[in-house]
Write a protein that binds this ligand. Structure first.
Ligand code: PYC
Length: 313
């Protein structure tokens, strides 16, 4: 498999540009299901150590079903498959431009949960117009082991998030361990109590907020991803979920900017337009940089052809 790696505000994206699985035809959701059921070893090989690492999000380029799209994309990580990925869409756009496959300006990408518009403002700066986002429930309380009662909002931004306004620990890099442990416990408690997104969908991302360190930003976050890694960027789908909550609370008007700082201090600028009384269309702007390219190799006799924890040869 040939790949190009980039990082979006510090968060890595590995775009598979050649040699990925042939998933046949059908909707992106059907092809993502086929990927999971018949070709998961490709995901394992691309993400598991020693060829990959926990934080990386993979992006498999596919033929789009909608011919107005420049590409179809299936995102995956160290534990499975994502619906959408905001930092990943920015990384894909910068990578496609680096390869000379798209120019500056507006392009469309098809994902399993809908079409995302990407606007390349320069070779490295991209705005994405994400899928419709909304707050599902507000002020949901859950009893969490070691933490007590934790209250948060449940929102969709292309993935399901539980957004907690009062972080259980200060949002600094030296607290990564305790933030991750706390987020893990919150996610387990939601699962234990059957608290889900719409239609029983699992809430697999936990987001803690606190004051920004930079005077230009409105808030700082820590985002815990499904496989236990933390998002180095402010998380595109997580910032979309945040915008949906701010809009629902009347705290941010359509067209106003919200600068979301990540746990490493990198930033996304978000804004939204209203799609209906309940949903917003978020726009997230950030930068990505290509940082390596290569070929994943599985030599005969390698005891870990699909990485540590992956399927045997
Ligand atoms: O940027 O949407 C995002 C994202 C999801 C998981 C990691 N990054």
């Amino acid at each position: 498999m040939r790949f190009i790696d980039s990082h979006t505000e510090g968060e890595p994206t590995r775009v598979i540009i050649d040699g990925g699985p042939d998933l046949g035809s059908g909707t992106l959701t059907e092809r993502r299901n086929r990927f999971r059921e018949t070709a998961d070893q490709f995901r394992q090989c691309a993400i598991n150590e020693p060829r990959g690492w926990d934080a990386v999000v993979g992006a498999l380029l596919c033929e789009p079903t909608d011919t107005s799209c420049a590409a179809g994309v299936i995102f995956f990580n160290n534990t499975g498959y994502l619906n959408m990925c905001g930092h990943g869409a920015i990384g894909v756009a910068v990578t496609l431009h680096y390869l000379g496959r798209i120019g500056l300006g507006v392009q469309r990408l098809e994902t399993p949960v809908g079409i995302v518009e990407v606007n390349l403002l320069s070779p490295n700066e991209v705005s994405i117009e994400n899928v419709p986002s909304y707050r599902h429930r507000s002020k949901v309380s859950v009893d969490v082991e070691h933490l007590g009662t934790v209250t948060g909002d449940i929102a969709w931004g292309g993935n399901w998030f539980f957004l907690v306004e009062q972080s259980p620990a200060p949002l600094t890099l030296d607290n990564l361990r305790s933030l991750s442990d706390a987020a893990h416990l919150v996610r387990n408690a939601l699962k234990r109590d059957g608290i889900t997104g719409a239609d029983g969908q699992e809430i697999d991302h936990i987001e803690f907020f606190g004051p920004a360190q930079s005077p230009e930003a409105h808030s700082r976050n820590f985002v815990y991803c499904p496989g236990g890694a933390y998002d180095r960027s402010p998380c595109g789908t997580g910032t979309s979920a945040k915008l949906a909550c701010l809009a629902a609370d009347g705290k941010l008007a359509a067209g106003e900017n919200w600068i979301q700082e990540s746990i490493i201090g990198s930033r996304f600028t978000g804004s939204y337009r209203s799609a209906s009384d309940e949903t917003i269309i978020p726009t997230i702007t950030g930068t990505a940089y290509v940082c390596s390219e290569g070929t994943l190799i599985q030599q005969a006799g390698d005891p870990f052809p699909n990485g540590i924890g992956g399927s045997p040869a």
